[in-house]
Design a protein. Structure first.
Lengths: 158, 158
């Protein structure tokens, strides 16, 4: 099952603004899964210019690189607590790509989220310097993405 | 058609981290639509505690209310330019709920986004004061949501 974002969002907004009781009809765990995936989508969206500069498909532009990194930091600085609620893994619902093992203590989820934020701050500091400096910081940032996605994100069969 | 977020995100991340040429295979306008909906989902997600306090389904908590408003401001302070790219309306693809009229000059999209940010800043200032003050500011914030959703968001037939 995949959560219908339109319905979920409409229901949440309705409950916010109209005081309706509809929010109870949406599984809160599916809302968390959707919010987490929304977070990931936005990080990817605002990272795209840096990826394009890194690959050379867009010329390096210090101001644009800094602006992109600022957006990434705004996102990685969000309170992540609710986005990673236990029990919102793929074992609960297959709309989730997060494997259950991510919530084992040895996976150090909080450490991974801290690393994501730290490398995004380093990226923010580096982005406007020059292309090579940005690329090095972007590589570290991407490594923190991969550190989690490699072992803890479901890979669909090819 | 509805964009497959998993595929889109995976493709973007692959293009970022692996230098692959896959990004060209995803329609950039569908990526914008997905990012915009992700933004809306996150605003709703982080607003939910304030809605619950407003309705009385959660006791008012000044620190929690302030924390929620801080997250909302972080989101409404994101650079919205790319999220509202012209041509990403429902006339382009029905995964979009944004009606074409939103991009008419008379709709004043930028003014609506500015109002969203301003009322979120007022909400941030008010959230930790007391329940009534938070409720008044939340109502103004919700009004800016409705000012756009009322006329410019597609309503599915009931």
């Amino acid at each position: 099952m995949r959560i219908n974002k339109t319905i979920a969002l409409g229901t949440i907004l309705a409950s916010l603004s109209l005081g309706a009781a509809h929010a109870q009809s949406v599984d809160p765990k599916l809302v968390v899964i959707d919010a987490r995936q929304s977070f990931m989508s936005l990080v990817a969206f605002y990272s795209a210019p840096l990826g394009a500069m890194d690959k050379g498909s867009m010329p390096y532009d210090a101001a644009a690189a800094s602006a992109a990194a600022n957006q990434i930091v705004a996102l990685t600085s969000l309170d992540q607590t609710g986005l990673w609620e236990a029990g919102t893994d793929r074992a609960y619902d297959e709309s989730s790509l997060a494997l259950s093992a991510l919530w084992e203590p040895t996976a150090d989820l909080n450490g991974k989220l801290a690393a994501l934020r730290e490398t995004s701050l380093a990226l923010q500091a580096a982005a406007g310097t020059d292309l090579a400096t940005m690329q090095t910081a972007l590589a570290s940032f991407n490594d923190t993405c991969k550190a989690c996605h490699g072992d803890f994100k479901f890979k669909p069969p090819k």
